[in-house]
Design a protein around this ligand. Structure first.
Ligand code: 0RQ
Length: 503
């Protein structure tokens, strides 16, 4: 028997990616595996894109709606965006070409909290799911599926879809088997029950995914690596941000709000979050826990050196070196990592119970602490909110970090009014730039405005913010959250007109 496909019936369903892609028809809703460039189908989407291009060349429209776990890769989002084959895409994405098409107004994109996606699908908000395409490491004798390098929404897609295409990727380490915990206890209101997970390392599900074998219409074999996520080497700015976070955490330990084991860490995506995590190893912590979505290189390093004793996530997002390290020591990491469905990794009930410390990047914050994670100059989407809102709203601490300026100083990361709000002032507790940190807990709006300006703003922009706030204090319609409405977004408008927020 085939060593990766150990079920006789499914072995019979093997076919080429082209034949499997031909089963997908225009107008369908197709749900795919994949989360932060890991565990996405590698060959059927490429074959589908070719068929779409042929159809378009022949004058026939061929578009589908695509649902995933989170971001995928050029072989999925990139090729389908290029082929003009996407009518709608949700939730998180990060592919440059897809981003461009969305920002050019050619593709409808729905940005949704990652914990909401599965339940919204079950509630029927996205209509029927016609086909699920799911990458797995292998198929067991009983037909159950060994999940791949991400779990994401795969359980939901397998359960809900009318038909299923399975990609078996032999390049994924067989050592991933046993690392997953797929929870089958979710129900819909009013029948929901508490989820009995009390520690990041608790196992509440099963290592394999079930699939109704009668729904499987194709099994495709692949042999290709995940997208490799290259991270920028931590630079002076990200190291300063990490140092401010370490200072703050030391203060929390001294006041007794946390012990030196902290509370379970969540770390977002991107260069800053990755660098900050790597910086935590300088803090001298041992035996920490993580309850997070994504394991980037920085976290793998912390697990290796013992800073983090255990990490729960839904996905990996590793560089080439990170994947090599993981594959080489997979038995070590399997004892210290569990991958769950994203409805559990990002579940508000569990994040609140565990008291996560949420560490996420941001695009900009305003003087009152509203945070924009997604839309540059209020309209150009970068990646999406991902899970940052799940953790920021429900965590013990919500931390947002960014350099104080972007684009060689032409953009300030601290502005009078956020041009798009993902996390409101009610959800943000600690903001950090390389200039310092602002602890907003227990402060009123005007107190926040003074502290944010003083501690976080770049020297080029600090006098401008002080001037704005003083005039707002004097002339604002109301004095609770003083603003000059005609001027609040003028920095962004100036950037659009002159390419620089500075006067
Ligand atoms: O642009 O790529 O052209 O150089 O944004 O910025 O500073 O390298 O920071 O990689 O940490 O990303 C918010 C995007 C930050 C990320 C964001 C430009 C900047 C650069 C990247 P270039 P940095 P990071 C859980 C958590 C939302 C999702 C989330 C993110 C690029 O953290 O996607 O948190 N967060 N999920 O130049 C214009 C500004 C800018 C700006 C930065 N004010 N104006 N451009 N940039 N600030 C994980 C998941 O949910 C899956």
């Amino acid at each position: 028997m085939h060593d990766r496909i150990r079920h006789a019936g499914l072995l019979e369903k093997r076919m080429s990616a082209e034949a499997a892609a031909a089963l997908i028809k225009p107008g369908m809703t197709v749900a795919m595996s994949g989360f932060t460039g890991a565990g996405y189908p590698k060959s059927v989407p490429q074959a589908l894109a070719e068929q779409m291009e042929k159809a378009h060349a022949a004058g026939t429209d061929f578009q589908i709606k695509i649902l995933t776990g989170a971001s995928t890769a050029p072989e999925l989002d990139g090729v389908l965006a290029k082929a003009g084959g996407m009518e709608l895409r949700l939730p998180y994405m990060s592919d440059p070409l897809l981003r461009k098409r969305i920002n050019d107004g050619e593709i409808e994109y729905m940005d949704i909290h990652l914990s909401h996606v599965a339940q919204h699908a079950w509630f029927g908000f996205y209509g029927d799911i016609n086909i699920a395409i799911i990458e797995v490491v292998g198929i067991r004798e009983d037909g159950s599926l060994i999940p791949s390098s991400s779990v994401g929404n795969n359980k939901t897609w397998l359960d809900m879809a009318d038909a299923v295409i399975i990609e078996v990727n032999k390049q994924q380490s067989a050592g991933l088997e046993g690392m997953h915990d797929v929870y089958y206890g979710t129900a819909l209101p009013p029948f929901r029950k508490p989820i009995m997970l009390n520690h990041p390392e608790d196992r509440i599900g099963q290592p394999y995914m079930d699939v109704d074998l009668s729904k499987v219409i194709a099994v495709v074999e692949t042999d290709a690596p995940d997208r490799l996520s290259a991270f920028a080497e931590p630079d002076a700015v990200s190291n300063q941000i990490a140092d401010h976070l370490l200072d703050f955490l030391d203060g929390e330990i001294k006041t007794g709000r946390m012990t030196d084991k902290l509370l379970p860490l969540q770390s977002g995506v991107g260069n800053i979050a990755n660098a900050v995590l790597a910086g935590l190893s300088r803090g001298g912590y041992r035996g920490l826990k993580a309850y997070t979505e994504v394991i980037q290189d920085g976290m793998l390093g912390l697990i290796k050196d013992g800073t983090i004793a255990f990490a729960s996530a839904t996905s990996f997002s590793l560089s080439e070196a990170g994947i090599a390290e993981f594959n080489k020591h997979v038995d070590f990491y399997r004892e210290r990592i569990v991958l769950r469905t994203q409805e559990i990794s990002n579940h508000p009930e569990l994040i609140r119970r565990l008291g996560c410390v949420a560490l996420n990047g941001m695009i900009e914050a305003d003087i009152y602490g509203n945070v924009n994670s997604t839309n540059v100059v209020g309209s150009h989407v970068m990646n999406g909110i991902g899970g940052s809102g799940d953790f920021a709203r429900n965590g013990f601490l919500s931390v947002f970090m960014s350099p104080s300026v972007a684009k060689e100083g032409r953009i300030s990361g601290i502005v009078p009014f956020a041009s798009h709000v993902d996390h409101t002032e009610h959800d943000t507790m600690l903001l950090i730039t390389e200039q310092g940190y602002a602890d907003l807990r227990g402060l009123s709006p005007k107190q926040r405005a003074r502290l944010i300006t003083e501690k976080l703003a770049h020297p080029d922009y600090k006098p401008m913010l002080e001037d704005y706030f003083e005039r707002a204090l004097r002339d604002s319609y109301g004095k609770h959250t003083p603003h000059l409405m005609g001027e609040a977004l003028s920095w962004h408008q100036r950037y659009i007109e002159t390419g620089d927020m500075r006067l």
